[in-house]
Ligand binder design. Structure first.
Ligand SMILES: [Fe+2]
Ligand SMILES: [Fe+2]
Length: 206
C-alpha cells in the first residue's frame, strides 16, 4: 500500500464522514491547481489530505487549547477566543510529528490554510484556494464564478476569495486580523503590479 493510500485510510478513521469527504475534495482540487500552475501534484495532494488532520472526531476546543499549551504552540488572543482556528497550527504540527511529513512547504501550507498570510508560496495559495472551492463546498457565494477565476488566474482567485471571505464572514463573526492583513497585502500587491504594468506601457509608448 502506498503512502497516500495509508494516509487516506487513517484519516477516514480519524475524521467524520463530512470532513473526510471535504478532505478528499481539497486534495484532488489542490492536485488539479498544481497541474495548472506548475506545482508538483503529489505535494499538493498530500498537503490537501492533511490540511484538516487536526479536526479529528475526538478533538474539541478545550483539547486544542491544551495541546497547544502542551506542545508550546503560541496562541493569539483571537485564537484563544476562536479555538477552531488552531486546527491549522495543530494540523501542521501533527503532519510533522504524527504523519512524518518533512517537506517544510507542505507544513507551511497546512499552517496558513485558514487565514493566508502576506507573501504566500505557490503551494500555500493552492491549498488556501482548494479549501474554499473544492466540489463539496456549497455555502460560499458565487462559487461557480470564483472557481472559474481560480483556474484562470491564481492571484485573482486568491484576491476574490479573500474579499468574499471577509464580506461573508463579516456578517457572521469577527475576522481574524491575519485574514485582514492577507487581504490588505494582496490588494496592495495588485495595485503595485498594475502601477508597474502601466509604467511599462507608458515607457513602451515613448
Ligand atoms: Fe481547515
Ligand atoms: Fe478544510
Amino acid at each position: 500500500m502506498g503512502r497516500e493510500e495509508k494516509l487516506e485510510k487513517e484519516l477516514k478513521k480519524e475524521l467524520d464522514d463530512d470532513r473526510y469527504t471535504h478532505t478528499l475534495g481539497v486534495a484532488y482540487t489542490a492536485a488539479c491547481l498544481a497541474m495548472r500552475y506548475g506545482e508538483k501534484p503529489e505535494r499538493a495532494f498530500l498537503a490537501g489530505l492533511l490540511h484538516d488532520c487536526a479536526k479529528a472526531k475526538n478533538m474539541d476546543h478545550k483539547k486544542m487549547l491544551s495541546l497547544c499549551e502542551k506542545h508550546k504552540i503560541p496562541v493569539t488572543q483571537f485564537e484563544q477566543e476562536n479555538p477552531v482556528l488552531l486546527h491549522a497550527k495543530l494540523g501542521s504540527f501533527w503532519a510533522k510529528e504524527k504523519y512524518e511529513v518533512t517537506d517544510e512547504e507542505i507544513l507551511s501550507a497546512i499552517r496558513w490554510h485558514t487565514t493566508g498570510h502576506a507573501g504566500m508560496t505557490l503551494l500555500e495559495k493552492i491549498i488556501y484556494i482548494a479549501d474554499y472551492i473544492e466540489p463539496n463546498r456549497k455555502k460560499q457565494p458565487h462559487l461557480d464564478e470564483v472557481r472559474e477565476i481560480c483556474f484562470r488566474n491564481l492571484d485573482d482567485g486568491l484576491r476574490r476569495i479573500l474579499h468574499d471571505t471577509l464580506f461573508y464572514l463579516n456578517h457572521k463573526k469577527s475576522i481574524d486580523p491575519t485574514t485582514q492583513q492577507t487581504y490588505d497585502y494582496y490588494m496592495e500587491y495588485d495595485s503595485n503590479v498594475q502601477n508597474i504594468q502601466s509604467t511599462e506601457c507608458n515607457s513602451n509608448d515613448t
